[in-house]
Design a protein around this ligand. Sequence first.
Ligand SMILES: Cc1cc2nc3c(=O)[nH]c(=O)nc-3n(C[C@H](O)[C@H](O)[C@H](O)COP(=O)(O)OP(=O)(O)OC[C@H]3O[C@@H](n4cnc5c(N)ncnc54)[C@H](O)[C@@H]3O)c2cc1C
Length: 541
Amino acid sequence: MESFAQDLTIMKRKPLRDSHVAAIREVATEREYQKGEFVVQVGDRMDRFIYILEGGIELVDSYTNEAYLPHFLGPTQFVGEMAFLYGGTYTVPMRANAYTRVLEVPRKDMLDLMARIPELSDHIIDVYNARRRRQLEESDSSLIIIGADEDKNLRKIAAFASRSHIPFRSLELGSPEAKIAGASCDICGGVPALIFGRDRVIEQPTPRKVAKLLGLDLQVDNQNVFDVLVVGGGPAGVAAGVYAGAEGLSAIVIDELAIGGQAGTSSRIENYLGFPTGISGADLLWRGEVQAMKFGTQFAMPRSVKSLNRHEDGYFIAQIDDDSNICARSIIIATGVQYRRLPLERLSEFEGAGVYYAATEAEAKFCADSEVIIIGGGNSAGQAAMHLCRTAKHVHLFVRGKSLATSMSEYLSSRLKAEPAVTIHFQTQVKALHGDDALREVTFHNGENEETKTICCGGLFVMVGAAPNTSWLPDNVQLDDKGFVLTGAAVEKNTSFETSVDGIYAVGDVRAGSVKRVASAVGEGSVVISHIWQYVNNNKP
Ligand SMILES: Cc1cc2nc3c(=O)[nH]c(=O)nc-3n(C[C@H](O)[C@H](O)[C@H](O)COP(=O)(O)OP(=O)(O)OC[C@H]3O[C@@H](n4cnc5c(N)ncnc54)[C@H](O)[C@@H]3O)c2cc1C
């Protein structure tokens, strides 16, 4: 299966071209660091590009203050990783391990330079992306989660971080590593905690707080009017972000959970053009996000639009969940759909603590070696079963109907039938959930043999059809009877993605009549930009 970046350990090391170094030198300042001097600390913004001329810079373990060997950068190499593109923060400290001379360029000037010299940009992005991959593979980060298995909030953070490709270390409660990490901030390592850097405990942690610490949150002021605000960071929204940036429109994509949307929860997409061995949805969407950022599109998460108004000057004001605003000349609705919840008692109590709506690596870890139940007969339920059966003790797929013939692709249902670690239970419905601080058992009824049973369950995955995310839209955006956004001829507009309101467009799964697939969402998100471009240019202030 394809990954989102090259493997740094086998990647051939290529220095920047002399002409690129000369271009960097033109906008850079030369600076010296003495041996042992810190170049960056955890939490510092990636506000400058650092190219090493002489000496060396080593990565440092926040807790022991020792160098992480063999991670060392020498002459002709440059500091940083993917967070440089979005102005994020360092999660690992770095210090000079000898007298060191560098060229430093303010981030904005470096991004301008990269936009002017695509080969330089490609080189830097390849290295940054490979470094991010290594950080993720080695859990090389000063963001530490202690006891995610025991704490619902920390599980949410672990899920947010893994979906967003944020490196973190997950430590077991009471483990020797947890004790070392806890000791430096006066906690015992025996209580669930989120730590950033050497001694910063994040009280009442939320994904928003993590995003803020890492620079993934909203970084706009109210005076800024974007050409386009893309609401929703699934395949449709990210594609719109790529094309908007490439066409020179100023764009921002926001998502209430994490970039990736439904596709981000798919462990393996096999039918997307160009990936014959498949790619995980999160990796595919990360590639898109990086591509969009390269063109200057901004991203913010987890942020949702609560309401949308129009300013008297014609632009839109989107009210964001914490009462901040984003102003934009046009809006793309790309908010997709979300799984329906089930009318079960105690469901909300166990959501995030045994009940899940996505089956990514994070959720797979939480229910490794336990019995897992998936409810649903569609492709997403099938994919989740194939993914989870690799790590779970056994997977039970509960299907309401008598067969999978009409609801699941043939290739997937035959794989499931051949998989000994999966049992398909037809005409089966969950009746009750049991547990204490997490889900422990599930009672279900099988209509085939009229049996009611209770089994141990480490994870219940609810994948039972989806409803559109349109409750935030103003009343004048017309919807069909199921809540999907009407566009094009249905609202007497000339182009396919225009809604009933001028300047507001809809793409992807949220649009009435769309094909619910990654490729079609990407196609719609790409095509809509030409209409937006025209609209923005025709309505220039
Ligand atoms: C498990 C699974 C496996 C799948 N496998 C495949 C496959 O193999 N091949 C295939 O072609 N298709 C597959 N699909 C379908 C495919 O993922 C969807 O068709 C596609 O993701 C739709 O893209 P979208 O951008 O329109 O919407 P979505 O992917 O639904 O993204 C919408 C985004 O909007 C965000 N959002 C919602 N409301 C707000 C708000 N108010 N403010 C801000 N953000 C908001 C959501 O958090 C979400 O991230 C799969 C779906 C699932 C769930």
